[in-house]
Design a protein around this ligand. Structure first.
Ligand SMILES: *Cc1c(COP(=O)(O)O)cnc(C)c1O
Length: 219
């Protein structure tokens, strides 16, 4: 099926209040152009270098989301244009984003990534680390970042109940810290294989790659 048709099928099954991030990592610019022509304006990439190249090549009304793990020394390359950083998982990274955003006189929106999966390999904060960040005195002094929500990935498993349980857990953390952080309104959870469950559990931003662009050859 075509990229356009895939996008249509997905948008037909999700409500308008849910933001669809088209995850275009590893895909050629021609694929992104096809999605763009079909009306898609939000793209997610997981490597900064690749996102920069696509940003240069593509129209400027696109919102670029960095969904992958971010190395601090590369933040400077995306600070000029990135629209949302999903994978903030340390205070040091947050400080670097703030510093680089300041150079461009911008405020960069960020999501704190929570570790909800069973696998030890997935990045993210636990609840203690989350609270340490948002309650720290220094956090309040960062003027060029804004935390607008949380992101999380479920365990890679066939066990739907486990996936649901993990999303439920993230939603409850999200609801609890809405009282601490003003303007928190993004809950980024759900990918091709589990976005329906994620939406049922309260997601309002889904990151979908293979169901739009087809399977990837590399990660
Ligand atoms: C690759 C990726 C996705 C999209 O995965 P699909 O299964 O292809 O939809 C979503 N979120 C993150 C963080 C990713 O790295």
């Amino acid at each position: 099926m075509s990229i356009e048709q895939n996008l249509k099928n997905i948008t037909a099954t999700i409500s308008e209040e849910i933001t669809l991030v088209a995850v275009s990592k590893t895909k050629p610019v021609s694929d992104l152009e096809e999605a763009y022509k079909a009306g898609q304006r939000i793209f997610g990439e997981n490597k900064i270098q690749e996102m920069v190249e696509k940003w240069v090549a593509m129209p400027k009304d696109i919102q670029w989301h960095m969904i992958g793990h971010v190395q601090r020394n590369k933040v400077k390359y995306m600070a000029e244009f990135v629209s949302l950083v999903h994978g903030v998982d340390s205070f040091r990274l947050l400080k670097e984003i703030d510093k680089q955003a300041k150079k461009h006189d911008r405020i960069i929106n960020c999501l704190l990534q929570m570790h909800i999966a069973e696998e030890a390999t997935k990045f993210g904060l636990n609840e203690t680390e989350l609270h340490d960040i948002i309650n720290s005195e220094e956090f309040a002094t960062l003027e060029n970042i804004k935390i607008i929500g949380l992101m999380g990935m479920s365990t890679f498993t066939e066990d739907q109940l486990q996936i649901r349980r993990e999303f439920k857990q993230l939603k409850s953390i999200y609801t609890a810290i809405q009282e601490n952080i003003e303007g928190l309104n993004v809950l980024s959870m759900g990918m091709s294989g589990d976005y329906q469950i994620a939406i049922e559990e309260g997601s309002n931003m889904v990151r979908i790659g293979s169901s739009i662009f087809g399977a990837r050859n590399r990660h």
